[in-house]
Design a protein around this ligand. Structure first.
Ligand code: FAD
Length: 314
């Protein structure tokens, strides 16, 4: 059987695509998710910015009802890792780690992205409990407090500027004496009074207790250890887009990508390949939020329904 739509990834983007495709009339839709559905937000100990959800809620609690809601309308879940997606003669082939292949008329991919780790001691231990990779998600928890930002690229500096509006003070820690970010952004950072630059400094260890982070130790160029006493440490040292399934046998990508590996889409989540839609954190200019990933999933689903309808009834 050829699926009407194959959804790859079961985070907020994939699950919402599953809800809208099935409820919108596509009959054979399978979501391929290698683990439990829910996506990376399930690692978060608190989410405060999903509209309409006002109580204290963890990322896991937010996501628990999503799969059941989709299954009610007929979405099937295949718990398997997808290894490659190809397209030939209007049919997509979905290669899977269990050595089976599924076929589909359309594909909605939402395999997310993973922020790189900076590599200091305690980073994993305190991730989600004081160490964060998302100022939009977690900045508000430090309103009126001091925080540290680690990184020297555009994202690190933009996020430092964002945090400077909420927090009392931002320590911007960078291992070199100059930034990779655009000159305009660097100038804005230098003009911002509550950002202190700590340059030629390598973060060594984040420390804390059961309640969370208490500070970050950094080694300065002269070997001195500086103790930065902050409850929050934000790291922005790059992002890996989970785009491996789009890599073809010859090493090229199935569709057009940016240099940093994000999928290029238009505002309908259409990629350069007809019938292939990309959503959530993996697409170009993604806000990397649950609400926007879910929105992408809905947009892509509506497009996939129209695409399959035209393909099969033309
Ligand atoms: C600690 C933390 C806190 C956060 N806090 C907030 C917050 O407060 N507010 C907010 O809006 N956002 C927050 N975010 C960001 C938010 O989680 C993401 O923007 C959102 O989850 C992106 O959704 P997605 O569906 O694009 O991708 P993901 O959530 O990453 O889901 C992708 C899914 O695809 C699956 N997958 C990947 N590759 C394959 C494959 N080859 N085969 C099969 N399955 C595959 C993965 O297992 C995963 O389940 C936070 C993120 C983290 C990590």
């Amino acid at each position: 059987m050829i699926l009407d739509c194959a959804i790859i990834g079961g985070g907020p983007a994939g699950l919402t695509a599953g809800l809208y495709t099935t409820r919108g009339g596509l009959e054979n839709v399978t979501m391929f998710e290698r683990g439990m559905p829910g996506g990376q937000i399930t690692q978060s100990s608190e989410i405060e910015n999903y509209p309409g959800v006002t109580g204290e809620i963890t990322g896991m609690e937010l996501m628990i009802p999503w799969p059941a809601q989709c299954q009610k309308f007929g979405l099937k879940h295949d718990m398997v890792e997808v290894t490659r997606v190809t397209k030939e003669d209007n049919i997509f082939k979905i290669y899977k780690a269990d050595d089976t292949i599924s076929e589909a008329y359309s594909v909605i991919i939402g395999t997310g992205s993973s922020p790189r780790r900076a590599g200091f001691v305690g980073e994993d231990q305190y991730f989600g409990r004081g160490v964060s990779t998302c100022a939009t998600c977690d900045g508000f928890f430090y309103k009126g407090k001091e925080v540290a930002v680690v990184g020297g690229g555009d994202t690190a500096l933009e996020e430092a500027l964002y945090l400077a509006k909420i927090c009392k003070k931002v320590y911007l820690i960078h291992r070199r004496d100059s930034f990779r970010a655009s000159p305009n952004t660097v100038a804005r950072v230098k003009r911002t009074e509550n950002i202190e630059l700590i340059l030629n400094a390598i973060p060594q260890e984040v420390y804390g207790d059961n309640m969370g982070v208490n500070g970050l130790k950094v080694t300065m160029q002269d070997g001195e250890i500086r103790d930065i006493v902050v409850p929050g440490v934000f790291t922005f040292v790059g992002n890996n887009v989970n785009n491996q399934t789009l890599i073809q046998e010859d090493g090229s990508f199935l569709c057009n990508m940016t240099k940093s590996g994000e999928v290029i889409v238009d505002i309908s989540m259409k990629t350069s390949i007809a019938g292939l839609f990309a959503t959530g954190d993996m697409r170009i200019a993604a806000p990397k939020q649950v609400v926007s990933a879910a929105g992408d999933g809905a947009v892509a689903a509506l497009q996939a329904i129209a695409y399959v309808d035209e393909l099969l009834n033309a």
